[in-house]
Design a binder for this molecule. Structure first.
Ligand code: C2E
Ligand code: MG
Ligand code: MG
Ligand code: MG
Length: 272
């Protein structure tokens, strides 16, 4: 039901499809404008060790509309990935997070904090990704070991030969790597043995009910033992109660993140 109207316009005669297309393109324009007008900001959520001592933070992006309304990433990251906008946005995220590390350099306590940065598949797959990370590291002159890149399982499985080469190059730069949402992707354990990553991050979907759900508890236990056997650190996300924290500690989990310790907040509000 679509026919070309010449030039760049395609007119849809199905009013529903046309509406969806228009909303998408207007949202995309808003996102482009948001990059230009600096409407994106990074929130930070604490990560703690077994003593509930903060050892780092995860950077989580937000979009702040002119009205002051905060839009969570779930509402714009997928469109950014689909449209390729994630590439410039991802570079902005890397630079902003590394500049935050720089700002914390003189802070007695925060200067030791490691900052975890989410990397999307589209961003990682770019030929120049490693180069971008390297140049931002050089530009900010921060300690690379304070940066932990969170990659997803799907990204690691996609083109695994290429991914492995990039991972080695990133490790050579001195940054560390985490597998985000571990256990939710296409779970082939085959790729793990070749994978030089430092951390597995247990997805919050397994943490939510593991105190009462036997299968979730088994999955959590299994991930922790994979971490042990492969010499990787294990962090649990979505920890919301003391009971979950205690139980995870008893299971041997190394690090913890979730509302129980602190919600994502602007950097100036992080008093630990
Ligand atoms: P993620 O990386 O798995 O991040 C964890 C999400 O869980 C965050 O949602 C965080 O606010 C939320 N969370 C933390 N603690 C708890 C808790 O105790 N309970 C519950 N129910 N939720 C908790 P957020 O900030 O909305 O981010 C959602 C997703 O968006 C992230 O999942 C990540 O995949 C993506 N994302 C966020 N920031 C970035 C970014 O800078 N770049 C990219 N590429 N993706 C990002
Ligand atoms: Mg993450
Ligand atoms: Mg996660
Ligand atoms: Mg998650």
């Amino acid at each position: 039901t679509a026919k070309s109207d010449g030039r760049n316009t395609i007119r849809f005669f199905d009013p529903y499809i046309q509406k969806v297309m228009e909303e998408k393109s207007s949202m995309l324009q808003q996102l482009r404008d948001a990059i230009d007008s600096k409407q994106f900001l990074l929130y930070y959520q604490p990560q703690v060790d077994q003593n509930a001592h903060v050892i780092g933070v995860e950077a989580l992006i937000r979009l702040k509309k002119a009205t002051g309304e905060l839009i969570p990433p779930g509402q714009f990251i997928p469109l950014c990935e689909e449209s390729g906008l994630i590439v410039p946005l991802g570079q902005w995220i890397l630079r902003e997070a590394m500049m935050q590390v720089k700002r914390w350099e003189k802070d007695a306590q925060k200067s030791q904090w490691r900052v975890s940065i989410n990397v999307s598949t589209k961003q990682f797959e770019r030929e120049d990704f490693v180069h971008v990370v390297e140049s931002v590291l050089n530009e900010t002159a921060i300690e690379p070991s304070l940066i932990r890149l969170e990659l997803t399982e799907s990204l690691l499985i996609g083109d695994s030969a290429k991914a492995l080469v990039k991972i080695e190059a990133l490790k050579t730069l001195g940054v560390s790597l985490s597998v985000d949402d571990f256990g939710t992707g296409y779970s082939s354990l085959q790729y793990l043995k070749h994978l030089n990553v430092d951390e597995l991050k247990i997805d919050q979907s397994f943490i939510r009910d593991f105190l009462t759900d036997r299968s979730d508890a088994l999955i959590v236990e299994t991930i922790i033992s994979i971490g042990k056997n492969f010499n990787m650190e294990v962090i649990a996300e979505g920890v919301e109660s003391e009971e979950q924290f205690e139980r995870l500690k008893a299971m041997g989990c190394h690090y913890f993140q979730g509302y129980f310790f602190g919600k994502p907040t602007p950097p100036e509000n992080l008093y630990m």
